[in-house]
Design a protein. Structure first.
Length: 1016
């Protein structure tokens, strides 16, 4: 049976204060790195469900330091940011933090807060105590203490919380730890707790009760001299460190021990052993890590399974560097009392089963093992029969173990660590545990313990970065921690080194074994030849998310063979396979794969593989664009066999593979595959233009243009320039876009192809409309030329797009009826061709024109249809644009409530998608709605934000709107001395746009202020 253990799995929501402050929502950690936000969150969680006043929160945040001038406002800022972090993890749900005047509280689901679970278990323990059931009480005390993961509220930099909350929590934990030892002693388990009691007295020498319990445990083990020695040690430490003497209870125990010692030894001595009974229990386990962190669920699984009665065999597997050996050693130490006849440890890496058998027989005292594997197995079983031995095998060998060896005789158990395929001989293992990497909070806790809490508190963000750059692998984290612990310098500086060359940085100088690269080499060298080749090629194309079909193309393997190898790599924990079929390499392993592919594969082999993959992607992308974007004018790319069953499948493929297309285009450009790089970039024009992924498109186009020789390949250079210009246009970088666009247009106008000439002429026209000062006459002339080209070639979709842009140009000039005529013609063509794009934008623009004409019923009909079609096509831009125009319409018709809802939707869609023009227009509209309803402060805030955004992105219309709104607001608030200057700014801004529509609009809005002189 294979069990994958996820330490973070139990509840979907988890709040932890009994250790490093941690929040996990829907199974994912919520990063709260800002110190003041951590303090606020901690202060709320330790009183979860109760109201905490702002004064108490301020006291926790600023301690004894003077608070800012407006502490309530500062708290609100931090709380807003904290609540937004929760909201990002709980879309559509109310967050856990609630507010009322002067107070806040956090409401968490029952059982999700470790402090609540601790106190609930303590309550149940008290109930069991009243019922006189010590076994049950001990069980509940164990459960309570299991909630602790270290120092409470670690990395929360509040002196007040540390003084008032942490001290009380630590005292509470210590009290119940002492009660736990008391119960263990009462139940006769003294031999199992001696080690823990020694550690507890070292950590808390001031606790008389712990010293007394250690003395009782040793006395119960018939070791009175050791118990007496403990008393003298306690007396010395108490006097030296605290200046006090042992209390009366400790002195009484000492007197009792002295009296018993005077009566002679106890009755616990055993008779001398003879023959086979000369057995010397050996603990061969390496020292346990004192700072072992996390893995509570996995340890619990191992301890529950490794019971002598069942003779179990357990195998731990996981990714290289995940801490499998450390976990096995920790489990072995935990189980020493359960296997008192020995805890053997065998390092089996590279050895045969015969060698391992000889070593185990020598441990039993057999110096000369019998000849033959079968005889050696029989002798070993005879020697350990009837005993309780735990055998830990690190890096168990490949191949089946000798017949009859496993499981061991009753009473003994085997815990193995396997670095190869754990399923290769699954029949030999009754239980397989797959070890994941650490959770983020556990990794932070591990590093904090190594570098020190003060240093960790000083650079919490850098610590988080370092954790993720180590991929949360314990080996990498320990090496990083060792570097930081022994060297000065900031955590941020070391994290930056990891970003540049992590495998070299994660090495302890002079120790080849203490290196992440060495661990990866061991796993890599154990793979078969074809598996090594496939693994290397996973890193050939940077930033490519592989599936089986892409890695098959890259390696030239049949898909069935590639699928089988990927399955083997997944079982060996070298790669992961997501539910979406993506093969996942963590970043350190990807770096190692990249090293290997450049070291082992020749440049020509790498180029051939890259060409195979690029041609495969181009074949799929060409057909997908033909199916999904037939309105995109392209030079004839030829045809090929169908690869998609439907347009829907093609659209899903394009959305899924867009970033991969960019990655392959960029890699093709750097691999000397210039023509393929240009062709892939041209294929991106459809999906990136329609979905407005201009930044991705730009990456591919820049790489393609840099790779092409414009002298030898002028046609390819023109295509690359056209794509780069269109991407830059979408990013509003108009100067650079015009240079590339003009050069591309000159080529296409004289040499063709006609399809790309139409694209270029339309783009040039739009460029004239995007300028801060609109050049409407030039744009309209170019669009009419484009319209003639479209009609001559029968390109109906392109004709509709030309008419759309003509309508926008006439709208900008204030020629509303002409704009309406163009947009209606465009809508009829789009409706007849049955394509959603650009139909949704045509309808949204037509709705805007109808709003300005006062044709409100038609505007509502057009805009609702645009919104519905945009949602159906999953076109975020269409949804944002239609929502904004509906908001503008509802404001014009006196429906502010509906207008607010539409503008909120427009902003919610536009902001994350990066649609800056829609967002700034929506912000101006929101400001206007606030102004209409008398909320002057809100209106001014939004107008000023809109003004800043408009100036940043170069949107003159939005700048006019914001300046006009601020002018009207100043007049309404009685700031008449500011009105002339502000009105003058608005008028000059309107004139600078070159748009008659904006000049008319500004004059119309400012007409009520005619009594105030307006600057020239």
């Amino acid at each position: 049976m294979t069990v994958t253990v996820d330490p973070g799995a139990p509840p979907a929501d988890e709040y932890r204060v009994l250790g490093p402050l941690t929040v996990i929502l829907r199974g994912r950690p919520v990063p709260v790195t800002a110190p003041k936000q951590r303090i606020i969150l901690a202060a709320l969680l330790v009183r979860a469900g109760s109201w905490v006043s702002t004064a108490e929160l301020a006291g926790a945040v600023w301690d004894d330091r003077p608070p800012p001038e407006n502490p309530r406002g500062a708290l609100q800022v931090h709380l807003t940011r904290l609540r937004s972090r929760f909201a990002a993890c709980l879309p559509g749900e109310a967050g856990p933090i609630e507010a009322r005047p002067g107070a806040y509280r956090i409401v968490v689901p029952p059982g999700s807060l470790d402090l609540d679970r601790f106190r609930d278990s303590i309550g149940r323990a008290r109930g069991a105590r009243r019922g006189a059931t010590p076994d049950a009480e001990l069980t509940w005390v164990h459960r309570a203490l299991a909630q602790w993961r270290g120092e409470p509220l670690a990395l929360v930099p509040s002196v007040r919380l540390q003084r008032e909350v942490v001290t009380a929590l630590v005292d509470e934990r210590l009290g119940w730890t002492e009660r736990r030892f008391e119960l263990e002693l009462a139940l006769g388990r003294h031999d199992q707790i001696v080690g823990e009691l020694r550690a507890a007295t070292i950590a808390h020498p001031e606790r008389d009760r712990l010293w007394g319990q250690l003395m009782d445990a040793l006395a119960a083990c018939d070791d009175r001299p050791a118990a007496i020695a403990v008393y003298h040690q306690a007396r010395r430490q108490l006097r030296a460190e605290l200046g006090v003497t042992p209390g009366p209870e400790l002195r009484r125990r000492y007197r009792d021990l002295i009296a018993e010692a005077g009566q002679g030894p106890g009755s616990g001595t055993a008779a001398p052993a003879t023959g086979r009974d000369r057995w010397w229990p050996q603990c061969q386990l390496p020292p346990d890590l004192t700072d072992f962190t996390g893995r509570a669920a996995v340890l619990g699984e191992l301890c529950a399974t490794l019971r002598p009665d069942d003779s179990p065999v357990v195998c731990i597997t996981g990714a290289p560097g995940a801490g499998k050996s450390a976990l096995a050693v920790r489990a072995g130490h935990r189980l020493r009392a359960r296997f008192p006849d020995g805890q053997w440890f065998v390092r089996a890496g590279g050895r045969t089963w015969s060698d391992i058998l000889a070593e185990m027989l020598a441990t039993t005292g057999v110096r000369q093992p019998p000849a033959g594997t079968a005889a050696a197995v029989a002798r070993l079983r005879r020697e350990i029969d009837g005993r309780k031995v735990l055998l830990v095998i690190d890096d168990i060998p490949e191949g089946a173990p000798p017949p009859g060896l496993l499981p061991l005789p009753a009473g003994s158990a085997v815990l193995a660590v396997r670095r190869a395929d754990p399923d290769a001989h699954a029949c030999d293992f009754a239980h397989v545990v797959v070890l994941p990497v650490l959770q983020h909070a556990e990794a932070v806790e591990l590093l904090t313990g190594m570098v020190g809490p003060a240093r960790a508190r000083h650079e919490p963000a850098a610590l988080d970065t370092l954790v993720e750059r180590c991929d949360r692998l314990p080996l990498a984290l320990r090496i990083a921690g060792a570097h930081l612990a022994t060297r000065p310098g900031s955590i941020a500086a070391f994290a930056a080194r990891l970003g540049a060359d992590p495998l070299t940085a994660l090495t302890i100088p002079g120790s080849r074994r203490a290196a992440v690269r060495t661990t990866f080499e061991l796993a890599y060298s154990a793979l078969p030849r074809n598996a090594r080749r496939l693994f290397r090629h996973l890193a050939l194309v940077p930033r490519l998310s592989h599936r089986v079909e892409t890695i098959a193309e890259l390696t030239g393997m049949p898909p069935s063979a590639a699928s089988a190898i990927v399955a083997d790599l997944v079982r060996a924990q070298i790669v992961g396979l997501g539910p979406d079929g993506v093969i996942r390499l963590h970043s350190l392993m990807a770096r190692y794969a990249a090293e290997r592919v450049h070291a082992e594969d020749s440049p020509s082999d790498r180029r051939t593989a890259a060409q195979r993959l690029a041609e495969w992607y181009l074949r799929f992308a060409d057909e997908a664009v033909r199916l999904c974007h037939p309105d995109v004018l392209r030079a004839d790319t030829g045809g090929g066999p169908a690869v998609f069953a439907s347009e829907r499948a093609a659209r899903a493929w394009l959305r899924r593979e867009r970033r991969n297309l960019v990655a392959v285009a960029v890699h093709s450009a750097s691999s000397g595959l210039d023509t393929l790089a240009v062709a892939l970039t041209e294929a991106l024009r459809g999906p990136c233009g329609a979905e407005r992924h201009h930044a991705d498109w730009r990456l591919a186009a820049e790489a393609a243009l840099a790779a092409v020789d414009p002298i030898r390949e002028p046609a390819d250079a023109a295509v690359a320039r056209l794509n780069l210009a269109l991407a830059l246009q979408g990013l509003n970088e108009l100067g650079a876009a015009e240079t590339h666009l003009s050069q591309a247009y000159d080529r296409f106008r004289t040499r063709g192809p006609a399809q790309l000439e139409m694209v270029a002429v339309t783009a040039l026209a739009m460029h004239r409309l995007q300028q801060p000062t609109k050049r409407f006459d030039d744009a309209i002339e170019l669009l009419h030329r484009g319209l003639r080209l479209c009609r001559r070639s029968g390109a109906r979709q392109a004709e509709a797009r030309c008419l759309l842009h003509l309508g926008m140009a006439h709208h900008g000039r204030g020629e509303l009826r002409l704009a309406r005529r163009c947009l209606n013609a465009a809508a009829r063509i789009a409706e007849r061709t049955g394509r959603c794009s650009p139909h949704t934008e045509i309808l949204a623009r037509l709705g805007a024109v109808c709003t300005d004409l006062g044709a409100h019923h038609e505007a509502v009909r057009r805009l609702r249809t645009a919104l519905r079609m945009g949602r159906s096509a999953r076109s975020a831009h269409s949804v944002a644009l239609a929502s904004y125009e509906l908001g503008r319409l509802r404001r014009a018709t006196g429906r502010p409530d509906r207008a607010h809802a539409h503008v909120a939707r427009a902003m919610a869609v536009a902001e994350p998608a990066g649609y800056a023009a829609v967002l700034v227009n929506a912000r101006n509209l929101l400001a206007g709605l606030h102004h209409d309803q008398g909320r002057a402060e809100d209106a001014e805030r939004e107008y000023r934000r809109a003004l800043g955004e408009a100036e940043r992105i170069g949107h003159p219309g939005a700048r006019c709107e914001a300046l006009t709104g601020l002018t009207l607001l100043a007049h309404r608030q009685g700031r008449d001395h500011q009105v002339p200057v502000m009105a003058g700014q608005a008028v000059r801004a309107a004139r600078a746009t070159g748009s008659a529509r904006w000049q008319f609009r500004v004059r119309e809005l400012l007409a009520p202020l005619q009594s105030a002189p307006i600057g020239r």
